[in-house]
Ligand binder design. Structure first.
Ligand code: ADP
Ligand code: MG
Length: 449
């Protein structure tokens, strides 16, 4: 979905949350300009507007609604024209300085994100192997390499791992990492700065790289010739045998706004998905994180996090650090189960750990105005089937119970039926914003504290 469309969904929500005056005068003047690495940047038309929307009461509501539409851990930053332009100018100056120093365009990578620190399990072993082989043999293996998967599953981590590896082993190569938004902004900026010279700069920058990595390509817009420009960049690099790596939250065939020619370019290489980690992998990830950060945590706390947290690794890390932070606050060097409960209570997350199928069913029934008997029963009309599938999806997504057990709850249905229902909703979430909103609404109701 485009950033603007996603923002419109936020606006729809916000309209009911604030006064009409606040909405029309201030909120409606905001423009979303960038969403990357879990940060949404909103541009206000003036300093006054910026200050208005940053008032505690209003800003909290914006954040709340943004988190419902984007991800539950999106940070919102409000900027204003002058400030933003200064930021860009500073970034450009830095880039220019870097280029004049080295005549190379090199991205800096987060040192924490390496192949070593990446835990490999069933869900991600193929992706990880592909990324490793591209890092070891750029332009010789899979080109382009397109990886995709849900939020927080390690795509950005792997891109940085490739970057770190190359910077260490192949310092001769220009490795450039950009988010899709950065690519877009660079291009728009180059047009704004008057055609020829700036456009030349843009091309120089993007076409003089040996390895180009573009993160979150799902935000590629087909406005202002962005896809066109990307297509040319892609072709140039490809023809010169340069490596291209792309990450997305969905597969090229699920990117509805993607031009056919780009889609077919992507499929000329390797397209590989990254799945949600299973229980063992989650435990391994938490252990690794603990040893990396020097956290001392009881075994049962690790098990608890792996059981209760969703499959999103970032969320898992968040829960872990809350627990460790809490235990260190009360002067303990070792976090116990007791600390875990206390820590999450402080953050209002005990509800979540008490979440069960019963609660999810009740909430779904409330939302759709159906009865529990109907949910479990055999009725096949749309009014019942949809809530039933939704409920199955939510139970599967939010609780860690096997499909067969979910089948039991739903009147002894077969696990393949359960799987089908779950997949149906998860596919709909990807293509239908209303379903996504609905799921988020029910979830936030369930996680409310
Ligand atoms: P994505 O880009 O897919 O949304 P990220 O790469 O930002 O996800 O990952 C979110 C967090 O989870 C990061 O801190 C990352 O280090 C961590 N993470 C994800 N998968 C793994 C893994 N398999 N092993 C170790 N850490 C992981
Ligand atoms: Mg990412």
């Amino acid at each position: 979905m485009f950033l603007l469309d996603q923002w419109k969904l936020v606006l729809n929500k916000l309209e009911n949350e604030v006064t009409a005056v606040t909405f029309d005068l201030w909120i409606n003047t905001l423009t979303p300009i960038q969403y990357a690495n879990d940060e949404l940047i909103l541009m206000a038309p003036s300093v006054t507007a910026k200050n208005q929307v940053k008032q505690p009461g209003i800003f909290e509501k914006i954040t709340k609604c943004v988190r419902q539409e984007f991800t539950p851990y999106t940070f919102v930053r409000v900027t204003e024209q002058k400030e933003y332009e200064e930021d860009i100018r500073r970034q450009d100056a830095e880039l220019e300085k870097m280029m004049s120093e080295t005549t190379q365009i090199k991205s800096k990578f987060n040192k924490k994100y390496t192949f070593d620190s990446f835990v490999v399990g069933k869900s991600n072993q193929v992706v990880c192997a592909a990324m490793q082989s591209v890092a070891e043999h750029p332009s010789e293996k899979f080109n382009p390499l397109f990886i995709y998967g849900g939020v927080g599953l390690g795509k950005t981590h792997l891109l940085h791992a490739v970057g770190n590896y190359l910077n260490e082993h192949r310092p001769d190569l220009n490795v450039l990492y950009v988010t899709c938004e950065k690519f877009t902004n660079d291009y728009v900026e180059s047009i704004r700065n008057g055609k020829d010279k700036a456009n030349g700069d843009f091309r120089d920058k993007y076409r003089n790289v040996d390895v180009l990595m573009i993160d979150d390509i799902q935000f590629i817009s087909n406005k202002m010739g962005i896809q066109e420009e990307f297509f040319h960049t892609f072709n140039d690099l490809y023809q010169n045998n340069k490596q291209i790596i792309i990450a997305s939250d969905r597969s090229p065939k699920d990117m509805s706004a993607l031009e056919e020619r780009l889609r077919s370019r992507f499929s000329s290489g390797l397209i590989q998905d990254i799945q949600e980690p299973d229980y063992e992998t989650k435990v391994a990830i938490i252990r690794k994180k603990c040893s990396q950060e020097g956290y001392l945590v009881d075994e049962d706390v690790i098990d608890f996090i792996a059981q209760k947290a969703s499959t999103n690794v970032r969320e898992m890390e968040g829960i872990l650090s809350k627990i460790v932070f809490y235990s260190s606050l009360i002067g303990k060097s070792h976090a116990s189960m007791e600390d875990a409960h206390e820590a999450l209570k402080d953050y209002g997350e005990t509800e979540r750990t008490n979440l069960d199928a019963e609660k999810i069913m009740n909430t779904v029934c409330d939302f759709f105005k159906v009865t529990k008997e109907d949910l479990i029963g055999k009725k096949k009309n749309k009014e019942i089937v949809e809530p039933r599938q939704m409920c199955i999806y939510l139970i599967n997504d939010m609780l860690n119970i096997p499909l067969t057990a979910i089948g039991e709850i739903f009147g002894g249905r077969d696990h393949t039926t359960i799987m089908h229902a779950r997949d149906k909703i998860s596919n709909q979430i990807k293509v239908n914003p209303h379903v996504k909103t609905l799921v988020n609404d029910i979830k936030s109701q369930l996680l409310k504290y």
